[in-house]
Design a protein around this ligand. Structure first.
Ligand SMILES: [Zn+2]
Length: 421
């Protein structure tokens, strides 16, 4: 069985940790920053040394292509992202990019002929922390977000994605332009789990069944600014008290099963003086559930609760994201599970709690994901860590799965019954 060059793979991983290193074990590498551009450039330099073709689409997704032996075969893709949270860890995203690149290099080392071109995709702005929304590059590529809207998203300094791309792309060297949504026949993304399940069970690889749905809301609670000492209780319109009550009521109405994920991650109080009744509170809600009907019902609960006549303050609620759950392709997940079985690796099937670029690829082609465990389930942190044996194991499963997908596509080319793998 073909296996990756584990030493090279780990050395490449070590090399990319310098881009945006925090000094505490993590990285601060937001999308299109100088550090992320540096990491992208280093990877493209490795790719050019292997004579892989390097391409870019209009939203800044990069494609590293190993040509196939058939002129007509559609590409099979793998990938993830090199941007991080601010700060984030050295595994989220970069692991999947390097595992995919290692697959291309291993096949090249062994002169392993595959009909289909194989492509590593480095998605632009997966994290969405500098430029919202999250998974921007893959959403534009997949067609669920317009290019114009994405290019006009601004960061805290007022720089938009279009301007940031103009600064970043020239530093990447010569790239062949490709269209958005270019066809492909399959996609697999390797990623750290970002949860505790695999580690708790002592498993080194998981097969991902799908991605839970997300609804995100921004609430604006409007009260009335007044003196903290002189305003009697019945005259107070305290936006903070109203917001706290609302969060409590939402949580008790919504958090009724173990699959619900309810997070108020941002809470801003104005004017923010010790002796003034708060006049305005803005807070966010991130709500997730793997079942689409249940998520739709919970969204209605949120909206109904905000318009309740019992409120003393005005409450404006805007839903800013509606991302239904995604089920990955049964044949692709079977290929991954089969690759584990053939390698004698015990595995399990689990849903993803975090969103990923694979969600948008699932709209375009049969897609799936491979998870490896991360320590204590922690991600988006300097403390994020995955072990070398797990990283290597996951990359080997990606290699075996991609080879199997490519074989199935070759069968499919001569047998129309197998058009979809
Ligand atoms: Zn990620």
């Amino acid at each position: 069985m073909l296996t990756i060059d584990a030493q090279r793979f780990m050395a490449r991983h070590e090399s990319l940790t310098k881009w945006g290193a925090t000094g505490k074990g993590g990285v601060n590498r937001p999308a299109l920053s100088a550090d992320e551009t540096g990491a992208r450039r280093e990877l493209l330099d490795w790719a050019r040394k292997r004579d892989f073709v390097c391409c870019v689409d209009p939203i800044g997704n990069l494609f590293v292509r190993r040509q196939g032996s058939s002129a007509n075969a559609l590409p099979i893709r793998m990938g993830s992202h090199l941007d991080s949270q601010m700060p984030g860890g050295n595994y989220d995203g970069v692991y999947g990019v390097l595992a995919a690149f290692e697959v291309l290099e291993t096949l090249e080392d062994n002169a392993f002929a595959v009909d289909a071109p194989l492509e590593l995709v480095i998605w632009n702005n997966e994290e969405g922390c500098r430029f919202p929304p999250t998974t921007m590059g893959s959403a534009v590529h997949g067609g669920s977000l317009s290019l114009d809207r994405a290019l006009s998203a601004v960061d805290r300094e007022g720089i938009n994605v279009g301007q940031a791309l103009e600064r970043s792309l020239p530093a990447l060297g010569s790239l062949t332009p490709v269209d958005l949504g270019s066809p492909c026949s399959g996609y697999i993304e390797a990623h750290i789990e970002q949860g505790p399940v695999l580690e708790a069970l002592g498993l080194s690889v998981g097969v991902v069944s799908g991605i839970q749905g997300i609804a995100q809301f921004v609430f604006e609670v409007e009260g009335e600014e007044a003196h903290a000492g002189t305003t009697p209780r019945d005259k107070r319109k305290d936006a903070l008290r109203e917001a706290i009550n609302l969060v409590e009521e939402l949580a008790s109405a919504i958090e009724h099963d173990d699959d619900v994920r309810f997070t108020v991650g941002k809470f801003e109080v104005a004017p923010g003086a010790i002796n003034t009744i708060p006049a305005k509170v803005v807070f966010t809600l991130d709500l997730r559930h793997p079942n689409s009907e249940e998520l739709a019902r919970l969204i209605q609960v949120v909206l109904a609760m905000c318009s309740s006549p019992r409120r003393i303050c005005g409450v404006l609620c805007r839903q800013v994201l509606n991302s239904p759950p995604v089920q990955f392709d049964a044949a692709v997940t079977a290929v991954i599970a089969d690759s584990c079985a053939k390698a004698g690796i015990e595995t399990m099937t689990l849903p993803s709690g975090a969103t990923h670029d694979a969600k948008h690829m699932a709209e375009l082609c049969p897609s799936g994901m491979i998870f490896i465990p991360c320590r204590d389930g922690i991600s988006h942190s300097d403390r994020e860590h995955a072990s070398a044996p797990d990283m290597i194991q996951g990359a080997n499963i990606l290699l075996a799965s991609i080879i199997r997908l490519a074989e199935l596509k070759s069968v499919g080319a001569s047998d129309q019954k197998h058009e979809r793998v």
